[in-house]
Design a protein around this ligand. Structure first.
Ligand code: CMC
Length: 392
């Protein structure tokens, strides 16, 4: 264009410099602050990863304990937030509720909205990491018509979340440690993924100096789309629609047909042109959860494994470097954990909140930070004179 580079979808434009997450899409590598995702998924826990993403280093035992206490301290939401929930239709999608309620936090915490004050930024960060699970669990409870469950501070982050989702009055609830570990791992795998659409949305919204809670709500809105966070919901629905192994070839054929908009959900990635490293960990956790629950032959898992096998040996998928992504197995796992499909993207949002806020913080603290302002390639009419209404 002369003046600007035309780059629809930003496939070759770096919008910022960042020290947080590294991806090598050709090699299938994902590092958080230099640490490989599979090591973190296996050896770490979610709050430790949150600290790493936010502050750049793994915490010492004392820092870890202190961080866990701080987050736990902030898990309750203002009692008035219940009224916000009650304003939604009872069948509202949890993501619709989350966009609204997380955005509304900006109206509750006036003391953590001066983004130029590092201490206030820190409090806003902690509030978000702590309160989004409470809001997600409330959205779930509201959608199934059960009473809200208050957070319990003696439980770990993920165990507390499971309890807020699955406990009912007058019944003891103890989270199963194998299932809690699987969910915690899912949170780690989703915690950050450099400049994806929702993270770029958070950065762009934040670049104007907007309120951090509102910026995260913008990220949640972007994540909701089926090409992004909605893909695990779409992948599970696809597996259910396929239903049995003998119907797979029909769907493979449709995915390859240029005139059919159908795509294999949970396949392909803008950056990974190799096996998504998160998908490998996810597949392992999927088996662990099904084993623990004694699900010997899940028909959907059978369809998934066979679909993956056929696609990976099909010329179309090989040539276009389309591999399973994280969403391919996460839907089956989350369903087995007891979550309805409508909660899948909400869980993704819960986990990604820390990545969004770490990226937002990095941007605010970057001396080169300026308001984001993409340019365009104008293709409309040239200058012309106004024609009065009666003469048109
Ligand atoms: N099934 C069939 N064909 C596909 C698929 C698929 N899942 N994905 C890409 N293709 C084809 C596409 O038709 C195109 O073909 P051609 O070059 O002949 O036009 C080629 O592969 C390149 O696709 P693209 O749409 O230009 O690639 P992209 O980088 O814009 O899209 C994607 C990446 C993830 C949106 C896409 O692969 C897709 O729609 N996948 C299914 C949805 C999905 O699983 N999304 C989750 C992404 S991972 C989670 C996250 O980060 O949020």
């Amino acid at each position: 264009t002369g003046k600007f580079t035309y780059d629809p979808g930003f496939t070759s434009t770096a919008s910022c410099s960042s020290k947080i997450t590294y991806i090598d899409g050709d090699e299938g590598v994902l590092l958080y602050r230099g640490y490989p995702i599979d090591q973190l998924a296996e050896k770490s826990h979610f709050l430790e990863v949150c600290y790493l993403l936010l502050y750049g280093e793994l915490p010492t035992p004392a820092q870890c304990e202190d961080f866990e206490k701080t987050i736990t301290y902030h898990t309750m939401v203002h009692e008035q937030i219940q009224f916000l929930f009650r304003g939604f239709r009872r069948d509202a999608h949890p993501m619709a509720v989350m966009v609204g309620v997380v955005g509304a936090l900006s109206a509750f915490y006036h003391d953590s909205t001066d983004i130029n004050d590092p201490e206030q930024r820190k409090i806003a960060t902690h509030r978000l990491v702590a309160k989004v699970p409470t809001i997600a669990a409330m959205a779930f409870k509201y959608s199934i018509g059960q009473p809200f469950v208050y957070p319990r501070n003696d439980l770990g982050y993920t165990e507390n979340f499971m309890r807020m989702c699955f406990a009912v009055p007058c019944e003891e609830y103890t989270p199963n440690p194998v299932l809690a570990k699987a969910l915690d791992t899912i949170f780690i795998l989703h915690a950050d993924h450099e400049q994806n659409a929702s993270t770029s949305t958070v950065r762009l919204a934040g670049s104007s100096g907007a309120n951090p809670f509102a910026c995260i709500a913008a990220g949640i809105a972007c994540l909701w789309g089926p090409a992004h966070g909605g893909a695990n919901e779409a992948a599970l629905q696809m597996l259910e629609e396929i239903g049995s192994v003998d119907r797979i070839p029909e769907y493979i054929k449709r995915a390859k047909d240029k005139n059919d908009p159908f795509r294999l959900m949970g396949f392909g990635h803008r950056v990974y042109k190799n096996y998504d490293p998160r998908a490998k960990v996810m597949q392992k956790q999927c088996h662990a959860v099904l084993n623990e629950l004694g699900i010997k032959n899940d028909p959907l898992l059978e369809v998934a494994v066979e679909l993956e096998r056929i696609a990976l040996s099909d010329e179309y998928f090989v040539e276009k470097k389309l591999y399973p992504n994280i969403d391919f197995y996460s839907g089956i796992t989350l369903r087995a954990l007891g979550f309805p499909v409508t909660m899948f993207t909400a869980l993704f949002a819960l986990a990604r909140t820390v990545g969004w806020i770490a990226q937002w913080k990095e941007m605010i603290e970057d001396p080169e930070q300026r308001i984001g302002r993409p340019r365009q390639l104008y293709t409309g009419p040239g200058e012309r004179d106004y024609v009065p209404l009666g003469k048109r």
